[in-house]
Design a protein around this ligand. Structure first.
Ligand SMILES: [Mg+2]
Length: 378
């Protein structure tokens, strides 16, 4: 069949778990243990199915029914603009239709080829403020160091630590000192070679950022993420300070409601790593953005948290974007999603050489979710 039509659309929200509870960050409270990926599955008249993360409503889905796949997806450009709410299910569906992994299709869109076995670099993003109940800096540092070791045992070799404890949850001085003690303890725990990334969720200001980077200079911080709300004047100052201190810390930003001029500032050399959300920005847009950032010699590292299957989806951009730096890995398991083709080894995600995103839906769990909280169109 040349151009099969979509004959069935099913949606349902699954629920999975992280291996441990995730605490607060600089601005929010407990993130908890649950992850709740909303899944949409598309079925073509020839029986091919594809699924992916998708928040679309029944009303948004209705016009898709009966549409031929090539009205929605092209191998040259990916998902068409009007179909972008179904970005991930359509990439998976196209991969299954062509019998190719999404990473191969994606690389081709950007004029690149991939090496096999295909893998993507990742970092452990699980080091939250899990220590707020502890009375001392030393106990807090010990706990976070132990959590980093857990990640190391799972195969991680790069670690992001949430900082900014003094922004809201602890008194300023106590929180800042605790951040510093934790960074040093994690460095000790993961050895000298593992990149360490800091994320303040905009909970620092310029002077606090300099102080923390100064006092952790011997830890070799790889990037400083969302130090404060992005501002070209303050970022220029920070950049100049970093180079005057002989540090090599990169500036990373872009998740959430990023400034629309962020990439212009990146182009001006003020931001080194762009982090638009893997779902909010989407896969097709990320391909285009990444290609543009490559031209400007800026790194790409999509934000991902709480959606579980973004862990896997983000890997498929790595071959298409030359300066793709990291997948943000939020470890979880979700009944209903079989991700057994993926594994983490020495800081790399090993991605299965299977059609689409290389994931399987477990029918019983998915049907339960569809019946309980979703919909079917056919
Ligand atoms: Mg962040």
């Amino acid at each position: 069949m040349e151009n099969p039509r979509i004959t069935r659309i099913e949606a349902g929200r699954l629920e999975g778990k992280r291996p441990r509870n995730a605490g607060s960050n600089a601005r929010l409270g407990e993130h908890g243990i649950a992850v709740r990926p909303r899944i949409v599955r598309l079925t073509l008249e020839d029986g091919t199915t594809g699924f992916g993360a998708c928040g679309a409503s029944r009303m948004q889905a209705e016009p898709l029914l009966g549409k031929p796949i090539h009205d929605l997806f092209s191998p040259q450009a990916g998902v068409s603009e009007p179909a972008l709410p179904f970005d991930y299910p359509l990439w998976d569906l196209a991969g299954k239709l062509y019998g190719q992994p999404v990473y191969e299709l994606a690389a081709r869109v950007n004029g690149r080829t991939v090496e096999k076995p295909y893998r993507a670099p990742c970092y452990d993003t699980s080091l939250y403020f899990d220590d707020l109940h502890l009375g001392t800096e030393a106990e807090a540092a010990r706990l976070l160091a132990q959590e980093a070791r857990e990640g190391y045992e799972r195969g991680h070799r790069a670690f992001k630590i949430k900082v900014g404890r003094g922004a809201r949850h602890l008194p300023l001085e106590e929180g800042t000192r605790r951040d510093i003690a934790i960074v040093r303890a994690v460095r000790e725990a993961v050895g000298p070679d593992a990149p360490i990334l800091l994320d303040a969720n905009n909970g620092y200001n310029l002077n606090l950022t300099k102080r923390v980077l100064d006092e952790t200079a011997e830890c070799g911080i790889f990037w400083m993420e969302e130090a404060f709300h992005e501002d070209p004047v303050l970022y220029r100052d920070l950049k100049e300070w970093i180079s005057s201190r002989g540090l090599s810390v990169l500036i990373a930003d872009g998740e959430g409601q990023a400034s629309p001029t962020l990439v212009d500032w990146a182009r001006d050399g003020l931001v080194d790593v762009i982090q638009y959300d893997i779902f909010g920005h989407g896969f097709t847009r990320w391909l285009r953005t990444g290609r543009q950032l490559d031209e400007w010699v800026i790194r790409s590292a999509p934000h991902h948290y709480g959606g579980h299957i973004g862990n896997y989806a983000a890997c498929h951009l790595a071959g298409a974007i030359e300066r793709f730096t990291y997948v943000e890995w939020d470890e979880a398991e979700t009944p209903g999603i079989d991700a057994s083709g993926y594994s983490i080894d020495e800081g790399w995600v090993c991605v299965p050489d299977a059609p689409g995103f290389g994931l399987e839906l477990e029918e019983e769990a998915f049907q339960r979710a569809v019946a309980e909280n979703g919909f079917t169109l056919a």
